[in-house]
Design a protein around this ligand. Structure first.
Ligand code: DGL
Length: 278
């Protein structure tokens, strides 16, 4: 691992940009390679085996770009593939599940915590297991909210249609009197306002982007490989639809994204190599 190597971040699409944003704020000197697997999104509707394969393939793509560490910025990957990734990938890997769980467990005073995420994330029960590991007496309640992802991507981040769907999904959790709600999906921070209005301002909403960025800093610092530069460069790669990525990505980071490289051939080459390797 060397200081001047870039950090690698991958997600199923644009969602991981919430994590990238926080990393840039905290570590502006780092070079970053971001890969959004826009050809195969959504991961939240796929089986654990498929998500594991995608996670390995995406990591291999980033390794080909000489990254010093990898951030699995997708909650679905973090929930179903993380231990597998750590075993297979030869550089440090950071997930987005543990940082959020740590924050939720520290913040909850009643010990009643809710978790929302994609179908695959909720089915894996990974958040529940991690919460109970850190605080065994916690009552954990969960709800899959698969429609939130297309709502956010279509720009419905407030208003009537979103209010209705928030109510349908979160009614059960509201009745459970939770004091903390983990937003276990890359897209949910964008609809925090509507979720908070429905659940009550008293319910703390925890998202993992900032805490994951803090974990990245700690790992790089510990290993003495924080970049010495003032400002790093960001390279964006997607497996399909760069225009959609740019359009949607702007909503996630609040500014225009330039230079999105579509790497269909490169990824299929890396992925076929990956199938032989693992
Ligand atoms: N990035 C995914 C997650 O955080 C949401 C989108 C998808 O289903 O791929 O779980």
């Amino acid at each position: 691992m060397k200081k001047n190597q870039p950090i690698g971040i991958f997600d199923s699409g644009v969602g991981g940009l919430t994590v990238l944003n926080e990393i840039v704020k905290l570590l502006p000197g780092e070079d970053i390679v971001y890969f959004g697997d826009t050809a195969r999104v959504p991961y939240g509707a796929k089986s654990p085996e498929t998500v594991k394969n995608f996670a390995i393939e995406n990591s291999l793509f980033l390794l080909e770009h000489n990254v010093k560490m990898i951030i699995a910025a997708c909650n679905t990957v973090s929930s179903v593939a993380f231990p597998y990734l750590v075993r297979k990938v030869p550089v440090p890997v950071i997930d987005v599940l543990k940082p959020a769980v740590r924050k939720a467990v520290e913040s909850s005073s009643s010990g009643r915590i809710g978790v929302i995420g994609t179908n695959a994330t909720i089915r894996s029960r990974a958040y529940e297991k991690q919460i109970l590991r850190l605080r065994p007496k916690t009552k954990v309640f969960f709800q899959a909210c698969p429609l939130f992802v297309p709502f956010v991507e279509e720009g419905f981040v407030s208003g009537r249609p979103l209010k209705d769907i928030v109510k349908i999904y979160l009614k059960g959790l509201k009745e459970k009197n939770i004091d903390t709600l983990v937003l276990g999906c890359t897209h949910y921070p964008l609809i925090k306002g509507e979720i908070s209005r429905y659940m009550s301002k008293k319910v703390l909403l925890v998202d993992s982007a900032r805490t994951a960025a803090e974990d990245v800093k700690e790992v790089l610092k510990k290993r003495g490989v924080l970049s010495g530069k003032k400002r790093g460069a960001i390279k964006y790669f997607v497996s399909d639809s760069p225009e959609m990525f740019k359009k949607c990505g702007k909503k996630f980071i609040g500014k225009k994204i330039f230079n999105v490289n579509v790497v269909k051939e490169e990824v299929s080459y890396v992925w076929s190599k990956c199938r032989r390797k693992f």
